[in-house]
Design a protein around this ligand. Structure first.
Ligand SMILES: [Fe+2]
Length: 425
C-alpha cells in the first residue's frame, strides 16, 4: 500500500474550518470542542489510520509551503514529523518516505545562480534536519521497498522544479526602451538585467537518465513508481502563462513508453485529481498511469477545492508480476465527512492476459460461465478440479487474478464473498 499526499501549502491551511453555519465571531471558545471537528482534524484522523497500517511508502508531492517561505516549510516538516509513525522513518526499512520539491517551495531570491540545483540546498538541509530521507534535489532519490520482501516497488523521486524561479532576460533593445519608464528598483535588483521570473517546470536530463537506468536494472516483478511535483499531461484548465507546463514532458513520456512496461507517475501541483493512462501503438506493453493527488486539506483561499489523499494498492499475479493497481480516492466532503471511491487500473495488455494466467487460474476460467454465477456455485463445480480442497478464499483470489487480466468480470465486488457473482468477459 502506498499513500500519496499532494500539495499542503502549510501557511494557508485552514485550521479553523468547521461544518457549522457560523454567524457569531464572538462564540465562546470553550464551547468550540462541543462542535463538529475541523476539516483538518477529520482529514488527519483518516490519514493517520492509513499511516498506522504500515504503508510500503508515503509519497509527498511537494509544495509543503508557499512563496518559498523556508520557515513555513520547516513548520510543515515538523507538523508531518509529529504525525509520522517512527517505523516509517527507520532507514533499515529502505526509503519509506519520499519528498520532492514543489515550485512553491523554491525561494526565488536563490535563483539565477550558476548551479541550478543550489536553490534546493536549504530545502534539502531542512528535510535532513527533521529526520526525513533525502529530498530529490540534485539527483534521483528513493529505491526498492520494502527491502525485506521478494516483491518490491521501485520508488523514484524526481525534481521537476529546476526552472522554477529562473530568470528570462528581456531583449536588450526592449530593456533600453522600457527601463527609463519603470519605477526605481522594479525587476532591477543590483546590476541584474531587466528580467521576468519564470515558474518553469523542468526535469534534468541527467536525473531522468538515472531514473531510467534504475528502472532498467530492476526485475519485471518490481513496479516503478515515479514521484514528481508537476503533471506529465497538460491540465484540463487552459493556463495563460509562459512555460507553465512541464517543458520536457513529451521527452519523459517517450522515455517511459520505451521501457515497454507499466510505470506509475504520481504528482500534485494542479490541485485536482485526474487519473490518466498513456499508451503507445509502438510499445504495446508500455503503460504510464498518471495519478494526481489534490491538496491534503482545504486552504483559506481554496475552501471549495478538492482535498484529501490517495491510497494506492498494487496487485500481483501468481508469477509475481504487477497486474493491476487500485487507487482509493480518500476525499474530504462538505460537512465534515470523508468519502472514498476506488478506481481499478489493469497494468498488463489484454492480448497477454492468457499467457499471464497460471494453471490453476486457467482451470477455473474454463468453468466460468458467460452469465453471472455466484462464487459458491462456481466453487462446487471447481472442487475436485483443479484443487480437491479449494476454499472460497482461494477461489476468490484466482477469480480476482482473472479479473485483473481482463478475462472475467466480478459483480458486487464489495459484497460478502458468498454473494459475489462472476462471469466470463
Ligand atoms: Fe505547485
Amino acid at each position: 500500500m502506498l499513500v500519496q499526499i499532494g500539495d499542503i501549502h502549510f501557511p494557508e491551511l485552514d485550521r479553523e474550518m468547521r461544518p457549522v453555519n457560523d454567524k457569531d465571531p464572538q462564540f465562546p471558545k470553550i464551547l468550540s470542542h462541543e462542535l463538529p471537528r475541523t476539516s483538518l482534524e477529520v482529514i488527519l484522523t483518516h490519514l493517520l489510520t492509513h499511516l498506522n497500517q504500515a504503508p510500503t511508502a508515503v509519497l509527498l508531492a511537494g509544495d509543503l509551503t508557499s512563496n518559498g517561505d523556508l520557515q513555513s516549510y520547516k513548520a510543515c516538516l515538523q507538523f508531518l514529523r509529529d504525525r509520522t509513525p517512527s517505523n516509517l522513518l527507520e532507514l533499515s526499512h529502505g526509503q519509506r518516505v519520499l519528498i520532492v520539491p514543489g515550485n512553491h517551495d523554491v525561494n526565488h531570491a536563490l535563483c539565477g545562480k550558476e548551479n541550478v540545483t543550489d536553490k534546493f540546498q536549504p530545502l534539502r538541509a531542512a528535510v535532513e534536519e527533521f529526520g526525513f530521507p533525502a529530498l530529490a534535489g540534485s539527483g534521483v532519490t528513493g529505491g526498492r521497498v520494502p527491502n525485506d520482501s521478494e516483491i518490491q516497488l521501485l520508488t523514484l523521486g524526481l525534481n521537476s522544479c529546476l526552472g522554477c524561479g529562473e530568470r528570462r532576460q528581456y531583449r536588450s533593445e526592449v530593456e533600453g526602451i522600457v527601463s527609463p519608464h519603470l519605477p526605481p528598483g522594479s525587476f532591477l535588483s543590483g546590476n541584474l538585467p531587466l528580467h521576468d521570473e519564470l515558474d518553469l517546470p523542468l526535469v534534468s536530463e541527467a536525473h531522468f537518465s538515472q531514473a531510467i537506468d534504475q528502472i532498467k536494472q530492476s526485475p519485471a516483478s518490481c513496479l516503478p513508481i515515479i514521484l514528481a511535483h508537476h503533471n506529465l499531461l497538460p491540465q484540463k484548465v487552459p493556463r495563460l502563462a509562459i512555460y507553465s507546463e512541464l517543458l520536457n514532458a513529451g521527452w519523459i513520456r517517450q522515455g517511459l513508453l520505451e521501457l515497454k512496461r507499466p510505470v506509475l507517475y504520481l504528482h500534485g501541483h494542479i490541485h485536482d485529481d485526474p487519473i490518466d493512462i498513456v499508451e503507445s501503438a509502438h510499445s504495446p506493453r508500455a503503460r504510464i498511469v498518471s495519478i494526481a493527488a489534490p491538496p491534503l486539506a482545504p486552504t483559506r483561499e481554496g475552501r471549495e477545492a478538492k482535498s484529501g489523499f490517495n491510497v494506492i494498492r498494487v496487485f500481483y499475479s501468481r508469477h509475481s508480476l504487477p497486474i493491476g493497481c487500485e487507487v482509493e480516492l480518500v476525499r474530504f466532503v462538505k460537512w465534515g465527512r470523508m468519502a472514498a471511491e476506488k478506481r481499478r487500473i489493469p497494468l498488463l495488455p489484454r492480448e497477454d492476459s492468457y499467457a499471464h494466467a497460471d494453471e490453476a487460474s486457467r482451470s477455473v476460467l474454463e468453468k466460468v460461465p458467460m452469465r453471472p454465477e455466484f462464487l459458491t456455485d462456481l466453487l462446487e463445480r471447481c472442487q475436485g478440479h483443479p484443487d480437491p480442497h479449494m476454499t472460497p478464499e482461494t477461489l476468490a483470489e484466482l477469480v480476482e487474478q482473472l479479473e485483473w487480466l481482463g478475462l472475467v468480470k466480478l459483480e458486487d465486488r464489495e459484497a460478502p464473498l458468498v454473494n459475489r457473482q462472476v462471469r466470463r468477459v
